[in-house]
Ligand binder design. Structure first.
Ligand SMILES: CC(=O)SCCNC(=O)CCNC(=O)[C@H](O)C(C)(C)COP(=O)(O)OP(=O)(O)OC[C@H]1O[C@@H](n2cnc3c(N)ncnc32)[C@H](O)[C@@H]1OP(=O)(O)O
Ligand SMILES: CC(C)C(=O)C(=O)O
Length: 560
């Protein structure tokens, strides 16, 4: 790639010495305009058909958009028919304004006015490209020539708007397309002329949409351009300043956010950023970014799965697994330290009832976008002991004692390394069962009984039974202050020696319709190490006995 970088010209800065936007914060939602059905649609391999456009339109209404660019009605019969269907089919709620895009060309403008007949609220969106590059390469005109295209278009629009039925409320929008590639003073000049032509006034504000048609500079430069425009525009009070970022450098969201700081009041974009090339601005991300700053975005993404499902079906595009807020993996932690911190954060939230979201590594509560049911913690070779314990607890209700976490974590880590892939919860449970639960080799408890005795002395329990190893029977018979103690002594008396009882905890778990007891046992093994065993049975005493035997068997069977 060496020398070819020299053919790129660095983007010019904006002549500003003082700028206000870096000192500001975003405090409220802008007016949003969805361009999914137009800019998004025009960039699809297979543009949406009528049914898909209608479904998408209804989704956008459901999400809360009040301004929706529904198409470019003069582009084709299909586009025209879709707009007629929206209007004639009564699909447009009274509080929603449809927007239609048109180039500054007479026959296209006339066709556009035909298309909007009978609509209640319409924004006629006029555009022509104004950038230095387009002037030179496409239009071969100077700036006056470009202004003339816009003025002629605006004049015709005003004339035709005056003839439209009284029941149709028309507003105007003008885009100096490729605004960010236009000299700032030229952008102001052309917009000023269009405002005059369209009779912009405080009670009849024009939307001046300032597109980052191709994102060719850093977002701070776009913000400078917006602030320059706003502070140099005569009669700024007659205009609503709108942003239309694209995402060629991958910073469309940043450009929109900095553009808002620079004073814009309206934002055009699309769901998940669908649009030309790398896409339009992703409105979902900007809106949810606001949400995470304690600002009501005035769009409803509380069921993001549904929004995504309709979007993917209608556009045949896929949302990337790492897409902010909506991707499959964005609320998932595989790595141990993240899992640990998330676990602790969730415990902190439960224990303190904190009114604020204070969970490390998760900037948004998944429940706020309807994703609370998904596994946050998933297991692979990067996971730690807390992750495996979390899966056992959250999926199966097994409350592993904290001291046992490293032991089980080690087993899970080894299995992940061997598998070289993620372990699903069932595989984690299988490992737990295989390594700890009711292990019955080499020692198997063949038969047993215990009796509670109260014969004058302190109450005690007698355990009798038979342990089998390699076909040989070892009789068990001992007395203890409880069944577990009696069993432990009986095993020792039968020659299985060198174990010390360290700790024990129990819990009930639901197994189908039955409730079972789980007993976690820790013993000191003959070599001084700690060994864990788990017993599972409908009877808590038997569960404990099975747990002890499991621990012994893990040592005796060399299964550690
Ligand atoms: C940045 C954006 O996303 S803008 C929106 C872009 N969207 C679309 O283009 C989708 C819909 N477009 C279409 O269906 C077609 O392009 C139409 C119907 C608008 C126009 O079609 P056509 O006139 O057949 O062809 P085409 O688009 O190639 O037109 C190019 C001509 O329009 C001129 N032109 C382009 N934009 C404008 C404009 N805003 N104002 C006036 N003339 C323009 C070009 O200079 C060129 O002129 P030339 O033929 O004299 O060289
Ligand atoms: C027509 C304008 C708003 C546009 O789509 C763009 O510049 O990207």
């Amino acid at each position: 790639m060496k020398p070819s970088y020299q053919k790129y010209v660095p983007f010019p800065g904006v002549p500003m010495t003082k700028r206000l936007w870096p000192t500001r914060t975003i405090t409220h939602a802008p007016a949003w305009c969805s361009v999914d059905l137009r800019d998004g649609n025009q960039a699809l391999v297979q543009p949406m058909n009528l049914a898909e456009k209608l479904e998408m339109f209804h989704l956008l209404v459901e999400v809360g958009f009040k301004e929706i660019e529904v198409g470019f009605p003069s582009a084709s019969e299909t586009e025209y028919e879709i707009i007629r269907t929206l209007i004639e089919g009564g699909h447009i709620p009274d509080d929603v304004t449809i927007q239609v895009l048109v180039q500054a060309r007479e026959h296209l403008i006339r066709k556009t006015f035909e298309a909007i007949r009978g609509a209640k609220n319409v924004i006629i969106h006029l555009y022509n490209s104004t950038s230095t590059l387009q002037r030179k390469v496409v239009f071969k005109k100077d700036m006056d020539g470009i202004i003339d295209i816009a003025v002629q278009g605006a004049r015709l629009i005003r004339t035709l708007a005056a003839e439209v039925d009284q029941g149709t409320h028309i507003r105007y929008e003008y885009s100096p397309e490729s605004f960010s590639g236009t000299e700032p003073e030229n952008a102001v000049a052309i917009c000023t002329r269009v405002m005059e032509e369209l009779g912009a006034a405080p009670e009849n504000k024009i939307i001046l949409n300032l597109p980052h048609t191709v994102e060719c500079c850093m977002p701070n430069i776009y913000a400078d351009e917006i602030e320059y425009f706003i502070t140099h525009l005569p009669h700024r009070e007659n205009a609503i300043i709108s942003l239309h970022p694209h995402n060629d450098r991958g910073t469309g969201v940043a450009a929109a956010e900095l553009g808002l700081l620079a004073g814009a009041e309206r934002v055009e974009g699309s769901l998940f950023g669908n649009g030309e090339r790398t896409g339009n601005l992703d409105i979902v991300t900007v809106a949810l970014n606001m949400f995470t700053q304690g600002i009501d975005p005035e769009l409803d993404f509380s069921n993001i799965r549904h929004v995504r499902e309709v979007y993917e079906r209608c556009t045949k595009m896929e949302v990337h697994p790492r897409h902010p807020y909506a991707g499959d993996l964005v609320f998932t932690a595989f790595s141990g330290s993240h899992q640990d911190a998330i676990n602790k954060g969730e415990a902190y939230m439960r224990e303190t009832n904190s009114p604020y979201w204070e969970v490390p590594y998760l900037p948004l509560d998944p429940a706020d976008v309807g994703r609370a049911y998904e596994p946050i913690i998933r297991i692979n070779s990067q996971s730690g002991k807390g992750g495996a314990a979390f899966v056992m607890q959250s999926v199966y209700g097994y409350e592993l004692p904290k001291a046992m976490h490293p032991d089980f974590g080690h087993i899970v880590k080894q299995a992940c390394d061997e598998a070289g892939t993620e372990l699903l919860p069932q595989a984690v449970l299988d490992l737990f069962n295989r390594y700890y639960v009711n292990i019955s080799t080499p020692y198997a408890l063949k038969k047993y009984r215990f009796a509670h005795c109260e014969d004058g002395a302190a109450p005690h329990v007698r355990f009798e039974g038979v342990l089998v190893r390699d076909g040989a029977e070892l009789p068990l018979d001992a007395v203890g202050n409880g069944a577990v103690d009696a069993f432990f002594k009986a095993v020792e008396a039968a020659g299985v020696t060198g174990y010390t009882f360290l700790s024990y905890s129990e819990q009930a778990v639901a197994k189908g319709s039955d409730s079972m007891a789980l007993s976690y046992i820790a013993l000191r093994a003959p070599d001084g190490s700690t060994v864990y065993g788990v017993g599972l049975d409908s009877d808590i005493t038997i569960a404990s006995i099975r747990g002890i035997l499991s621990a012994i068997n893990r040592v005796a069977g060399g299964q550690r």
